[in-house]
Design a protein. Structure first.
Length: 215
């Protein structure tokens, strides 16, 4: 998998899941993750399936957070796993061939451990990308991890054998600090999710893409 640029996580976006996803598809957002821990299994599966119908045959890959069963049953494009979720090695064994797997890391130690695991894994069996963060303080999670900062981000980018996504507390005002580390893939959650109109979301995505192209 190559670097892709923008990675958006959806958690109760103000525009609603379906409208938000439709805009992401129209603007060819490469990676779109569904993360909603408030839904029961039945509702989460129903939502994932309906979003997959929007992203189907588009350039937008739908990623499911945590749940390998929901990912498989909804025919989503991939799965994102955290340190306390199913180990990525086990998920790879039961997932349909060709699905994407991403893995979160929240500290230098976790990142280095994953880097070793990736190096030891057979080609075609590795995770497709890893995330590292939060880079800055964030309230996107109920129990946020301590921020890792841009110096550690730059260090991990230099070691990562797979695409790395910088995540956590990233907004336009500090985006340049993240990009200056050599980061090629950025995840923004609240910046996009809090958009109150379609035009606002479209403008934000277009501005991000413009900034990325100017590097």
């Amino acid at each position: 998998m190559h670097n892709f640029g923008l990675y958006i996580v959806m958690t109760n976006p103000r525009l609603g899941y379906h409208a938000f996803t439709q805009i992401c598809v129209e603007l060819k957002v490469p990676m779109l993750q569904l993360r909603d821990k408030s839904l029961n299994d039945s509702d989460l599966l129903k939502l994932a399936r309906s979003l997959k119908q929007i992203t189907k045959d588009s350039k937008t890959r739908l990623i499911i957070n945590d749940r390998v069963d929901i990912c498989e049953l909804s025919d989503a494009d991939g799965l994102h796993l955290g340190p306390e979720d199913l180990p990525w090695q086990d998920a790879r064994k039961i997932m349909t061939e060709g699905r994407i797997i991403g893995v979160s890391t929240h500290s230098l130690q976790e990142a280095q451990r994953l880097i070793i695991e990736v190096a030891e894994a057979p080609e075609g069996y590795r995770p497709d990308y890893m995330s590292f963060g939060p880079i800055f303080p964030t309230v996107a999670k109920a129990k946020p991890d301590p921020p890792v900062g841009t110096e550690l981000l730059q260090r991990v980018i230099g070691q990562a054998p797979i695409p790395l996504v910088a995540i956590g507390g990233i907004f336009p005002q500090n985006q340049s600090q993240v990009l200056s580390t050599g980061a090629k893939n950025l995840c923004m959650i609240r910046h996009f999710g809090e958009s109150s109109s379609a035009n606002e979301l479209i403008t934000k995505i277009q501005l991000f893409n413009q900034d990325l192209k100017e590097l």
